[in-house]
Each structure stands twice: as C-alpha cells, then as structure tokens.
Design a protein around this ligand. Structure first.
Ligand code: PLP
Length: 447
C-alpha cells in the first residue's frame, strides 16, 4: 500500500499562508510526514484527501468512542439544527443530559456544561480554591489537564530539571504565562503513595485540590497501582482537600460509571470531555452538592456564551444513550478488541526484533518501545516513561503504520471505538506486519 500524502502536503503549504503555523492546535504539527487532511470517516475507518484509507485509532484524540460519523448522531445534530443552533438560554435537553450523567456516575449529583475540558478544569480549580480558601493544587508529573496556564504546570518537566529534591520542579512548556501561576502548584509522582503523602504533609493547610487522570492516558496509558486512588481519597478526606478526577479521556470510555466506577473510588469533582460529546465541542464539570456549592451561590463564577449549546446537547444525549443501551457490553467489547490488538502487535514486533511493549487496559493503550538496554516491566510514572521509551523509534514506527493504513496518536496512544470489529483488528495486524518489516529494514538509530 505505502500511502503518499501529496495533496495533504499541498494543502499544508497553502494553509500556512492563512492559518498561523498551518494548523489549529499545536499538537497537530507533530504528525509526520505532514499534518494529514481528511475528507471523510465512517465507523473505525477514515479517508484522507489523497484517497488513503486508514483504520483509525487516533479517533479524534479519543473523542470518537462511537466511531466516525455515526448515522444516529448525525441525525440527532441535524434535527436539532433545524429547531435552533444556539440560544444562550435554557432548554429541556440540558436537563435530560444532566439527568443521564447523574444516573450513570454515582459521585455526580450536579453538573455544569462547558465547550471543552480545558474550561471545565479551569472552573474546577477556581471552585476548589473558593471552597477551601486555599490556593494550591497538587498534581502529578506527566498528567495533562488542558492547555491553560494552570493545566500545563509540570506536565513535562525536562530530565535536565530532575534532582533528588523531594519537591519536584514546576516547569511550564509555554512562554507568555502569568509567571506566578506555577507557585500555586505542587507536583508529585504518579503511583508513588509515599511521595504523595510526604507532599501533602509538607503542604498541610495549603492544598485546595488534588487532580489526576485516573489512568494516565496522556503519558503512556499508565493505570493506577492497587490502592493508589484510594490513598488520594484518604488524604483528601483527612485534610479537607477536594479530589478532582479528570475523566476527559476515561469518561464513558471506561464504562457508564467512567474510570471512577471501573477502579472504584468517589471523587468530589469530575471533568468529562471527548466521549461525552462524540466529537462535538462539549464538556462537563460534575460534582457532589457540597463541592458545587460555591457555583450554586455564584461566589465562584462559571459562565460561557456557548455553554450547553443545543447542538452539543443533542449530540451528548445520543452518545450517553448509546452507552446506556450497551449495558455490560461496554467496555467489555472494546477491552477485548484492544487486548487482542495489543497481543498481536507485540507478537509481530517480536518477530522483527522490535522491543515494543503495549501497555494499558485495552480500550486504550500505549505502544511503549524500549530504548536499547532499558529495563523490562510496566512503566509506572512519567520519569520512568521518559527514561525507558524510545520516542524517535516510535515516531518512525508510527509513520510506517500510517503509510500502511493504520493511524495511532503521534505520542503512542491507541483508542478503540465501539465500531471496531475483529475484522478491523485482523486488517490492522496484516498492515502492521508490513509496517514493522519496513521499520526493521529502514530504522537507523541516531549515532
Ligand atoms: C486528561 C485531559 N484533561 C483535559 C484536556 C483538555 O481537553 P480539551 O482539549 O477538550 O480542552 C485533555 C485533552 O486532551 C485531556 O486529555
């Protein structure tokens, strides 16, 4: 097959004359050999402007849990568009969506809607500070909480900043932020209960909230070790800290009760994005009545012209009904397909002497590629990942896969949709066979 991307290259050249940098979200520039331009999608497959067909595991950065362009979702949006596109006012749909979330996620007694998860995170931080009267947020290295000033503190602390000091650096990858913003964060190590407890003790009385991705999908798909999430809950209860579960990726992908049901914990606040809107710009902040009190009173301001937009609400109602109607089949179906794919990829990689170690729960997973001489075993946190994962080698494998018609996220994450079938997994593995053989023949590590 070995796809070429000439039309995408032409469009990217043209785009750079009218769009800053040629793309509309910084991360899209990472795609090699060029940010790809798409023409249509259907279920688990996507076609680009050069006519290349790919089996898609990027899935709109995970938002397309129900695949590309599901007919029912398209109908729900177009029916609503004929009634009204935007009111900046109330409609019954917003209650219907809120009631569905309430019935699906036990910790959620109340919700507020936003247009993206970055906004919902911003609302959660403000609310936590208003509720506790404290200013600091504890978060974990490698966890992503949106692109705002606050969402990126310590997300990718470079190895040059790592020391033996228990207090971790609070670097920020962007220029132009409010400099003091980093003073209001405390960083900890994912899956290290001892470090977490030391940080909470060292900052007693200062911490408003602890935020985390329950499965660290933005860095290597690292699941929590047994008892870790419960430890966060225990420390929050002990010190009057709000527990914020950022379920932007895991929400509804991990089942109707989200990662909090899957792993068994009860946060005070939750962020839902991506799958809650099936690819429409929709997100929600959910919480207990007590945690949402300062939004109810208006002391913590939450606003937005497009919040609870009827098109997004119609989409979300359809998406949530899909999950409800699947019952126990979700996430069991995506887990089984994902695990089959992980095992198949590992087997083909081994045949070509590629040290690939897929890790994650199946419904999403990451293809770790070990650096020469790196230790075996599950990757457990951000530093472990940076130390052991061979990012340039993965980038080459990802390019080979794309050229052979398999699309994964540039950083190594794969998501499965409810429309993927065993046939798609078989086709993916046949294509991976060719891609991995090409990689093995072509790959030359940097000297
Ligand atoms: C865990 C997590 N939180 C927050 C966000 C921000 O979401 P959005 O891009 O909708 O603003 C993302 C986006 O990928 C995410 O993965």
């Amino acid at each position: 097959m070995s796809a070429t991307f000439n039309r995408s290259k032409e469009l990217f050249n043209r785009a750079q004359k009218s769009i800053a940098g040629g793309i509309n979200s910084g991360i899209r520039k990472l795609e090699q050999p060029v940010p790809v331009y798409f023409a249509k999608g259907s279920g688990p497959r996507i076609w680009d402007v050069d006519g290349n067909e790919s089996i898609d595991y990027q899935l709109g950065q995970g938002a397309l849990l129900y695949g590309h362009a599901p007919a029912g979702l398209a109908d729900a949006i177009s029916a609503q568009a004929k009634l009204g596109i935007h009111w900046a006012a109330q409609c019954e749909l917003e209650i219907e969506v809120a009631e569905r979330i309430q019935s699906m996620v036990p910790s959620v007694e109340l919700v507020r809607f936003n247009n993206c998860a970055t906004e919902a995170v911003m609302a959660a931080f403000r609310l936590a500070r208003a509720t506790t009267g404290r200013s600091k947020i504890l978060r974990f290295e490698g966890h992503y909480h949106g692109w705002g000033d606050e969402g990126l503190v310590g997300f990718a602390n470079p190895p040059s900043t790592w020391t033996d000091d228990d207090e971790l650096p609070r670097t920020h990858p962007s220029k132009g932020i409010i400099p003091e913003v980093t003073d209001h964060f405390i960083l900890s190590k994912w899956n290290d209960a001892g470090h977490l407890e030391r940080m909470v003790n060292a900052h007693k009385g200062e911490i408003a909230a602890i935020i985390f991705e329950p499965a660290l999908c933005n860095t290597c798909c690292i699941e929590p070790v047994a008892g870790f999430l419960q430890k966060i809950r225990e420390l929050c209860d002990r010190d009057g800290i709000l527990m914020i579960s950022d379920e932007t990726i895991t929400g509804f992908r991990f089942g109707a009760s989200c990662a909090q049901g899957y792993y068994g914990y009860k946060p005070d606040l939750s962020i839902f994005g991506k799958a809650i809107g099936g690819g429409t710009p929709f997100a929600a902040l959910g919480g207990t009545k007590a945690a949402m009190a300062k939004i109810i009173s208006g002391e913590s301001i939450h606003a937005g012209t497009l919040n609870a937009n009827p098109l997004c609400l119609a989409a979300s109602k359809w998406c949530l009904d899909e999950i409800i109607q699947r019952g126990d089949k979700h996430p069991a179906g995506t887990i089984a397909l994902g695990k089959r794919l992980m095992a198949g990829l590992a087997k083909i990689a081994a045949k070509h002497n590629i040290p690939m170690r897929p890790q994650g729960p199946g419904l999403a997973f990451h293809t770790v590629v070990l650096k020469p001489g790196a230790a075996e075993g599950l990757v457990l946190n951000y530093r472990d990942y940076v130390t052991r994962h061979d990012a340039p080698r993965w980038a080459h494998i990802r390019l080979m896969l794309l050229e052979e018609g398999v699309r994964a996220i540039e950083r190594g994450l794969w998501s499965i949709s409810t429309t993927h079938t065993d046939k798609d997994i078989d086709d993916t593995l046949s294509r991976a066979e060719i891609a991995f053989a090409r990689h093995a023949a072509e790959w030359k590590p940097a000297a």
